[in-house]
Design a protein around this ligand. Structure first.
Ligand code: TXA
Ligand code: MG
Length: 326
């Protein structure tokens, strides 16, 4: 299934990256497929391996917020404040790029998305290479994001030489993406691993842009993202499962098993009702069910607060099938 070399050598990863290759790397959110962000040919390999359309821009990763000044024209004060509090961490900032960032990274946009991942292995790797790493999630375009090295190997193993193994991802959903609107107010372009409540503690009320359809500001956030191959339906799992063949049904529930459906076809995200655990288990659970012999997955929304907001967003996208999953 996989020809990839999974290992823990930061040296091997750094050497390959310096040669212009793409390498899968761990982050606290999901695994990324990384390449030298300043090298157009290396970045092009990411698009080709992922089968990702080139209109969908990439996030760049740096070791320290002090490095951001090398790549953007100016850093808004509010981003400095948020970065001081929440980086390294699951948050990405959109800022006006300097010319050193190739257009392929930003899909021609004057803005570049930057984050400092909170993973010790990748922070060390970033310090070893002298360039920032462009890295989208290491899944084929449209499929569920990987939260272990094995997930990457299962899907991209024949296309990447090296997967740097940093264990399973601690956060489990992608970073929250922040931009400034025309009035200089913070807006959320993607709900993610840093909660809106945490952001609002520093900024006051923020707006959340509706990214449920393809959005010119964040063109990659098509609704079919994060989709399993088995159809996923979001709603009341009791009602939905009442009319279904119980042996062919999968369940994603927040904290309780559903009577009448085989336990092996049920993912309970967090028996104690904890959002952190639920986010961590979400993508692995979706993958697990996608590989079970079932016809449909019924998922219930979790309470809409804290990381529950990002979890529900990913479930909604997984349920939305108006684009073919690639
Ligand atoms: O947690 C994460 O952010 C992970 C890890 C690997 O860092 N990365 C990730 O990358 O989720 P990706 O490519 O799967 O999603 C990045 C999203 C895309 O939807 C893209 O459209 C948006 O960020 N984005 C990137 N650069 C942008 C830009 N210049 N302007 C607007 N949106 C941008
Ligand atoms: Mg992605």
């Amino acid at each position: 299934m996989s020809d990839a070399f999974i290992g823990t050598s930061i040296d091997i990863a750094a050497t390959l990256l310096k040669k212009g290759e793409a390498v899968a790397i761990p982050t606290e959110t999901v695994y990324g497929l990384a390449a030298n962000a300043l090298d157009t040919r290396a970045v092009a390999k990411i698009f080709s391996i992922k089968q990702r359309p080139t209109f969908d821009p990439l996030i760049i990763h740096v070791a320290d917020f002090d490095k951001v000044v090398d790549y953007v024209k100016e850093i808004p004060e509010i981003f400095k404040k948020l970065a001081a509090k929440y980086t390294p961490g699951p948050v990405t900032f959109l800022m006006k790029k300097k010319d050193i960032i190739p257009d392929i990274v930003t899909a021609g946009s004057p803005y570049v998305a930057i984050r400092i991942p909170n993973h010790p292995v990748t922070l060390e790797l970033l310090k070893k290479v002298e360039f920032p790493l462009a890295a989208p999630s290491a899944n084929p375009f449209g499929y569920i994001s990987p939260t272990t090295a094995e997930h990457v190997a299962d899907q991209l193993g024949s296309k990447v030489y090296y997967i740097l193994d940093g264990g399973s991802c601690d956060v489990g959903v992608e970073s929250t993406i922040l931009a400034l609107d025309e009035n200089g107010e913070v807006e959320v372009l993607r709900k993610g691993g840093l909660s809106i409540e945490a952001i609002e503690k520093e900024t006051g009320t923020v707006t959340v842009r509706d990214t449920s359809v393809s959005n010119p500001e964040a063109p990659g956030m098509l609704t079919s993202h994060y989709a399993p191959r088995v159809p996923l339906v979001l709603g009341d799992i009791h009602t939905l499962s009442a009319a279904s063949n119980s042996n062919r049904t999968g369940i994603i529930a927040f904290s309780n098993f559903l009577p009448g459906i085989p336990t092996k076809h049920q993912i309970v995200l967090s028996p104690s009702g904890n959002f952190t655990d639920a986010a961590r288990n979400l993508f692995a659970g979706m993958r697990y069910l996608d590989n079970c012999d079932i016809d449909v997955i019924f998922a219930e929304p979790v309470p809409e607060s804290d990381l529950g907001i990002a979890i529900n967003d990913r479930l909604r996208r997984a349920a939305h099938r108006d684009h073919p999953v690639t």
